[in-house]
Design a protein around this ligand. Structure first.
Ligand SMILES: Cc1ncc(COP(=O)(O)O)c(C=O)c1O
Length: 405
């Protein structure tokens, strides 16, 4: 699966766009029953006959009216990726990765991950009857670790020892070279298939918006797999004529890990990108020291005339609160970072208030409740219905209890 030179070059998948344009039209899509990622099978690199389906994709696009009003944007939309089967967007990548592994007859899969991609791979490989060997960051959250253990993955937590080192990737490669495991991380240089899965995010959101133009898409970014998928997706749509213009793609990174957004600011080439020495942020999913898919991600930002934005941890936590309080969407910090990025760029006048803006909300708050519970004072405790009767007295409401007869 890896390039023979082991130089991590990009192997891209080409499609017959002319033939696909004839098949995949807005009219033909209206006739399709599938609501998951396999709805767009022609633009995926594996047949759905190999798919292990857990309900990946088909997530809601929420018109965020209240938050939009607060920010002064009429058409603000949230693509709510927390609704995927393992509660993050990574299910789109891993559903494709496992379908390909099924086709190839693979028995052992491995991954390097901050936690969400590994949890997702573990779920899909469990359902496919494969063994999953997961290398995750040392401080992966309880929620993600619990998923990994319950889905039956052999899980190793990896600590960073050297500046800029991606310890999870080093361990994964050992498993590939020494034990022959099939590499199935979300990012592309180790296996080209998974990165095709997140293409379905733009496919869905444009279809949900009835193929209208979108001004910008905000993408929480670590390794750049998601951004690459979104870029490839908007490019595919234009190539088959379902859209005519690109939305500006905007990667959002935390201040403590921003190799990609620095490269955008300084107009660097990918071979000039320097890994962050010791990444640090509350957004654990955005902590890959090196943007492994940075080549394609940079191309996407430049071709779409996008921008990069970094945000500090306080604004990420503020975004978590706002998503919950204004829109009822419960995100982990990495998942909410896109909102923090939008607020920062709005302040800089880089987003038009009249355009449609889509923010990807990429992972559920239930993954990391330990980080969120302290954001507000803890709830009061009461015994023997005391609090309830106090509330009743206060509101003047009388409840009549009807016991079971
Ligand atoms: C919730 C969440 N959002 C965003 C990302 C960033 O995705 P990528 O590594 O593809 O840039 C991750 C990565 O793990 C994640 O878990």
């Amino acid at each position: 699966m890896l390039c023979k030179n082991r130089d991590f070059g990009r192997l891209d998948i080409e499609y017959d766009y002319e033939a696909i344009a004839a098949e995949l039209t807005s009219a033909s899509l209206r006739e399709r029953k599938a609501k998951d990622i396999w709805r767009y099978e022609e633009l995926l690199p594996v047949s759905q006959s190999f798919a292990v389906r857990l309900g990946e994709g088909g997530t809601p696009l929420i018109h965020a009216r209240r938050l939009g009003e607060r920010l002064g944007i009429k058409n603000l939309y949230l693509k709510d990726e927390t609704r995927n089967p393992t509660a993050s967007f990574k299910d789109r990548a891993m559903a494709v990765g496992i379908a390909k592994a099924v086709e190839l007859g693979v028995k052992d899969v491995t991954t390097a991950s901050s936690g969400n991609a590994a949890a997702s791979l573990a779920a899909y490989s469990a359902a496919a009857g494969m063994k999953c060997h997961a290398y995750v960051q040392e401080d992966a959250s309880m929620g993600k670790l619990a998923q990994l253990l319950l889905y039956g993955a052999t899980t190793v937590r990896c600590g960073q020892e050297k500046e800029g080192e991606d310890a999870t990737v080093q361990e994964m490669l050992r498993g590939v070279y020494e034990s022959g495991y099939y590499p199935c991380p979300s990012f592309g240089p180790f296996n080209p298939y998974q990165v095709e899965g997140p293409k379905t995010i733009p496919f869905e959101l444009f279809e949900q918006l009835d193929w209208d133009d979108v001004g910008a898409i905000f993408v929480p970014t670590g390794s750049g797999c998601l951004l690459t998928g979104v870029w490839k997706g908007v490019r595919d749509l234009k190539r088959i004529g379902l859209t005519t213009s690109y939305p500006r793609l905007v990667p959002v990174q935390p201040r403590g890990n921003r190799a990609l957004t620095k490269a955008i600011e300084k107009n660097l080439r990918f071979d000039q990108v320097v890994a962050e020495a010791y990444p640090e942020s509350v957004a654990s999913g955005l902590l890959d020291p090196f943007p492994w898919d940075g080549d394609a991600a940079l191309e996407g930002v430049r071709e779409t005339r996008g921008a990069g934005v970094w945000v500090d941890d306080a604004s990420i936590m503020q975004a978590v609160k706002e998503l919950a309080a204004y829109e009822g969407v419960f995100a982990e910090p990495s998942g909410a970072a896109g909102i923090a990025g939008l607020e920062k760029l709005l302040g800089e006048g880089l987003v038009g208030k009249d355009e449609s803006v889509v923010v990807l909300v990429t992972g559920s708050g239930l993954k990391e409740p330990e980080k969120l519970i302290g954001l507000y004072p803890q709830p009061a405790r009461a015994r023997g219905g005391e609090a309830h009767s106090r509330m009743r007295r206060k509101s003047g409401v009388r409840l009549k209890y009807r016991g079971a007869s």
